[in-house]
Design a protein around this ligand. Structure first.
Ligand code: ITT
Length: 198
């Protein structure tokens, strides 16, 4: 029982490994297939980019794959960084530089106006089949300083109201119950019936 996640992001890979692993499903990611080239994300929405990645990798590998396109939407920034979350501060992917940029752009914005959400779109693609997407969200608020060391990306500044903690202060198993990724995965599992190993 194995699933291929079309990602090179180590933070995402860890989360998928933990979530699927707990159901006895082995996860492979593109980190296991260094020969697979990067896919250019030319879409303007999470849906478009998830489909672009999933379709390209399913074709290259000749197998069913799941791609994850995700990011942070800050209301006071009109939804930015959005689909540009991974490279918000520049061409190189740099989580702490991206986070700093968001904090700078929010300088002086009051707590109540710092609402934001994480969004995750999963696309399931297989050769010769129609690609399907599932999306999930997680609501929160952007703090003025990072807190915590778990997770990745914008987790240290993303405060989850109901938990009284940032995503990076939550243990991974807690994040994986409430995250945008978990939300999307629940919908995916429901319709694909992964979990009940044939
Ligand atoms: P792949 O395309 O290889 O999957 P990527 O990092 O380029 O990796 P995305 O284009 O989907 O993936 O960008 C996702 C970015 O959004 C990621 O780099 C983080 O900055 C942010 N992000 C997504 N999920 C997150 C999470 O659970 N916690 C914190 N930040 C997250």
């Amino acid at each position: 029982n194995e699933v291929i996640i079309a990602t090179k992001n180590k933070g995402k890979a860890k989360e998928f490994e933990r979530i699927f692993g707990s159901k006895g499903i082995q996860v492979k990611t593109l980190l296991d297939f260094p020969e697979i080239p990067d896919v250019e994300e030319t879409g303007l929405t999470f849906e478009e980019n998830a489909i672009i990645k999933a379709d390209a990798i399913a074709k290259l590998m000749g197998k069913m794959v799941i791609a994850d396109d995700s990011g942070l939407e800050v209301d006071a920034l009109e939804g930015r960084p959005g689909v540009y979350s991974a490279r918000y501060a520049g061409a190189e992917k740099n989580d702490s530089a991206n986070t700093e940029k968001v904090l700078q752009e929010l300088a002086g914005v009051l707590e109540r106006d710092r609402t934001a959400r994480f969004r995750c779109v999963l696309a399931v693609a297989a050769p010769g089949e129609k690609t399907v997407v599932y999306s999930g969200t997680c609501e929160g608020r952007i703090l003025t300083e990072p807190r915590g060391t778990n997770g990745f990306g914008y987790d240290p500044v993303f405060f989850v109201e109901g938990k009284g903690k940032t995503m990076a202060e939550l243990p991974p198993e807690e994040k994986n119950k409430i995250s945008h990724r978990a939300d999307a995965l629940k919908k995916l599992e429901k319709s694909l019936d992964l979990g009940n190993g044939e």
